[in-house]
Design a protein around this ligand. Structure first.
Ligand SMILES: [Zn+2]
Length: 438
């Protein structure tokens, strides 16, 4: 009450009609208050309030200059890409404390970043909060934002595994998260909360609803529960008819998502390989969640966590009775790895931009480790033993040395040395690791 009265007085005292609308307060320690107003149909509004007047709003993630095209600010404001960052500012250079933008919540593929919006065919929508992160000046690594979102009557806001009717508030930081707004009823299986587009063809939807909870339960049992219940999202939007189509997905902490877009999908959806590919995708991404942030540092070591996630997918799908899909995946990985790392050692191939080799060769290495550990310790669960020990090393130990040390602990030093040499040898036969006479 006191605050409202004070603002009213300030407006009266100024005595003119050009005062901006009373903006919400920015909680202490926050880089900005970000208020999202969702429309049932049409454009969304994103309003920023800064703790103090500033001459520019610098966006934390700027993979390209597309905000300048997609976001519409008030007259006298512009969004420009300068250096590495998009910035919003007044054309006259004067400071401001609040500004709002109107945007169409449509899918856009961004280079090496998450899509700002993933529309569901049933009317729901995911949006990526990191796209909205901005500060007065460059954002600090530990910056945090106070968010609130208001949805139209009848829609709920699903954030951090909790569902709110109409209105939600949360604090956001680091990589951000996807927030769902819509009327879908999430499927909560205990280990996971899933929102699967009801417009997805039933055979795909049924498969995902049945299989994903089993994968999550399996990984929970093998690698330990996550801090918070993970969320899975699958959106299917066949309305884009601009010739662009595909499927894009990924993970954010505690979230796995995939988005189908484009009008060719209904004709592609009966591809007999699609259910297996989708299951593999979700198992791989879910596998990352259960790596508990133990990602080996440095791109050249990506074979450890990407190969690990690929092998988790293989083991999970085999355990789920989909061994035929696994056999096909291994065969194609053998061909792809042989091609990618024939002339250069795996580490050098990755360094030279063949990141796909981290997946294909990484799968073969991880499966060889799995087999070797099971031979060395009959009754053990192979690769999972290695990963539990790797995760337990703790932050700062997630290196190639750290990983090979836990491999040596379960499979012997000679085998770990063999792996270390193989990733440094052009044309290494990763499928034969551990099978040699040594
Ligand atoms: Zn991955």
């Amino acid at each position: 009450m006191v605050r409202i009265a004070a603002l009213a007085l300030a407006v009266l005292a100024a005595g003119c009609s050009e005062q901006p609308e009373a903006a919400p307060a920015v909680p202490a320690g926050m880089a900005a208050q970000i208020t999202i107003t969702v429309a049932a149909e049409g454009d969304w509004t994103v309003a920023y309030t800064l703790p103090a007047p500033a001459t520019e709003l610098v966006f934390a993630r700027s993979p390209d200059a597309s905000r300048g095209e997609d976001w519409h600010g008030p007259d006298g404001f512009e969004i420009v890409l300068e250096g590495e960052s998009e910035r919003a500012r007044r054309v006259d250079g004067e400071p401001f404390t609040s500004v709002s933008f109107v945007m169409s919540p449509r899918y856009r593929e961004l280079p090496k970043d998450y899509a700002p919006f993933m529309p569901f065919g049933d009317g729901g929508r995911l949006f990526y909060t990191g796209r909205l992160f901005a500060c007065a000046g460059p954002c600090a690594d530990d910056a945090a934002w106070s968010f609130s979102a208001a949805a139209p009557e009848g829609l709920s806001v699903l954030v951090n595994g909790e569902r709110f009717a109409g209105q939600a508030s949360w604090t956001d930081r680091e990589q951000g998260r996807n927030v769902y707004i819509g009327d879908a009823e999430p499927v909560d299986s205990g280990d996971v909360m899933a929102v699967i587009d009801s417009s997805l063809p039933p055979q795909i939807r049924d498969q995902l609803e049945a299989q994903l909870p089993r994968f999550m339960a399996y990984f929970t049992q093998k690698l330990g529960a996550l801090d918070a219940k993970p969320m899975l999202f699958a959106s299917y939007d066949v309305s884009p008819s601009n010739g662009r189509w595909g499927r894009q997905g990924g993970t954010l902490p505690g979230q796995v998502f995939t988005h189908f877009y484009g009008d060719p999908w209904p004709a592609m959806i009966d591809d007999p390989a699609l259910p297996g590919d989708l299951a593999w995708f979700f198992a791989h991404e879910a596998g990352h969640l259960y790596q508990h942030d133990a990602w080996a540092d440095g791109a050249v070591n990506a074979w450890i966590h990407e190969g690990g996630a690929e092998a988790f997918a293989a083991l999970a799908m085999r355990a789920d009775g989909a061994g035929d899909v696994v056999d096909t995946k291994i065969a194609s990985a053998q061909a792809a790895c042989a091609e990618a790392a024939a002339q250069a050692a795996l580490r050098d191939a990755i360094e030279a931009g063949r990141f796909d080799a981290a997946y294909s060769c990484g799968l073969l290495i991880s499966l060889a480790i799995d087999m070797e550990v099971r031979e060395a310790a009959p009754g053990s669960d192979g690769l999972y033993t290695v990963w539990r020990n790797f995760i337990a090393l703790g932050e700062g130990q997630y290196t190639e040395d750290g990983f090979l040390a836990v491999v040596a602990a379960s499979a012997g030093q000679a085998f770990a040395d063999e792996v270390r040499a193989a990733v440094r040898t052009p044309g290494a036969a990763f499928g034969n690791l551990g099978a040699g006479p040594g």
